[in-house]
Design a protein around this ligand. Structure first.
Ligand SMILES: [Ca+2]
Ligand SMILES: [Ca+2]
Ligand SMILES: [Ca+2]
Length: 387
């Protein structure tokens, strides 16, 4: 399951801080073709492979998603898995080639969609991107040439295309699929396959191809082996923060959930934010921070009838326990101070029961009823202010 808490906006992340979070596999088979020819200095081949029993035959499938001569769009997909720390994904590196492509050429467009399940399968959703918005940032020669087995060819330079999302997306743990298409200066743009010397089918291969208006498992056209799509995920891995939120003067089991917001700041940069749904006076905290800069940070908790609380931590890049974070109750109207207005708010809803009157926070202890106990809590905390 993907935690909702991870789907929060993260600002102030620059591509300069980004790292390769995931690499789906290599393409280069080295500088020498099996027939003996050598690739130009500083380059290698991505040669179609045999394992001695089966021999592959596919150079690559078209990813020309706007190809007008085919039935339906052409694009392809593969999966990646995010660990418990969560990722803030900034961009993807995907690959293409065309026959007689130039090593200095720039591709024309690139599109990418992100799915939370197998593309096109029942229950799968597109969570970012589309097949119409060009998000191609740059194109660069990989120093690799895609070639068949019958002769060594340098007519198909493999190009790396950087596709940058309009804004970073934060992904919680789980398996996702990226689905991309490219157009180049040529009439057709193909994509290479994950290729390792002596390997016909990568372990666990499950790449998918959208062609003739349908999704297919990507198979080599000679060996029938399953194929993998080379790509990298670029972004920032989260660092997990955990602890317990002690919500003062409330009952053990809330009559209704209460929401506490958190923001993690490093200087003026927000490196994490989201909400915690509290169901108890003692509620677990578990969220990720997306910062590549170790050092001091401030976590600000605020919400419902509890006063704002600031917690100072030092980010080290390793998971961090915050211990117990205590918050003071009684600020029914969220003004930042427990004062007479809060007593008035409790009185105004006095006697109402869950789901409550106009001010749900008037049920200060979340017992399910606005009663004398709530007035007592406001009085006991009277004068308290936001941290
Ligand atoms: Ca895969
Ligand atoms: Ca108040
Ligand atoms: Ca109450």
């Amino acid at each position: 399951m993907k935690s909702i808490a991870f789907f929060s906006m993260v600002a102030a992340i620059t591509s300069a801080q980004a790292v390769v979070l995931y690499d789906n596999g290599p393409m280069s088979t080295g500088p020498t073709h099996h027939l003996g020819a050598t690739a130009p200095a500083g380059t290698t081949f991505s040669e179609i492979q045999t394992d001695g029993l089966l021999t592959n035959g596919t150079l690559g499938y078209s990813v020309n998603y706007v190809n007008t001569t085919s039935i339906g769009s052409l694009h392809q997909a593969d999966d990646f898995t995010v660990g418990p720390e969560g990722w803030s994904v900034i961009s993807f590196t995907v690959y293409g080639f065309r026959t007689n492509g130039l090593i200095g050429e720039q591709y024309l467009t690139g599109v990418l969609r992100l799915w939370d399940g197998v593309p096109g399968a029942l229950g799968s959703n597109i969570i970012a991107g589309d097949l119409t918005t060009n998000i191609l940032q740059s194109t660069a020669f990989t120093n690799i040439y895609r070639t068949g087995r019958s002769s060594a060819s340098t007519t198909r330079p493999i190009m790396a295309a950087t596709l940058t999302l309009p804004s970073p997306i934060t992904l919680g743990p789980g398996t996702y699929w990226m689905d991309y298409g490219l157009t180049s200066p040529g009439t057709n743009t193909f994509a290479p396959l994950v290729t390792r010397p002596g390997e016909v089918e990568p372990a666990g291969a499950n790449g998918m191809l959208f062609t003739s208006a349908q999704w297919y498992t990507m198979l080599d056209n000679n060996s029938n082996a399953k194929m993998e799509v080379p790509f990298q995920v670029i972004g920032i891995a989260g660092v997990e923060l955990s602890g317990t939120l002690a919500l003062g003067d409330s009952v053990g089991a809330f009559a209704m959930p209460r929401t506490i917001n958190y923001t993690v700041m490093q200087g003026t940069n927000t490196v994490g934010s989201g909400t915690i749904t509290a169901n108890s006076s003692s509620s677990p905290l578990n969220f990720s921070v997306f910062s590549t800069t170790p050092g001091p940070a401030e976590i600000i908790f605020d919400g419902s009838s509890w006063l704002r609380r600031r917690v100072n931590v030092t980010l080290t890049g390793s998971p961090l326990s915050l211990g117990t974070v205590s918050m003071q109750n009684g600020d029914v109207d969220g003004s930042g101070e427990v004062d007479a207005a809060d007593i008035d708010a409790v009185i105004a809803d006095f006697g109402t029961q869950y789901p409550g009157g106009p001010t749900p926070e008037a049920d200060v202890d979340v017992s399910g009823e606005v009663d004398a106990a709530d007035i007592d809590i406001v009085i006991a905390n009277f004068g308290g202010q936001d941290d």
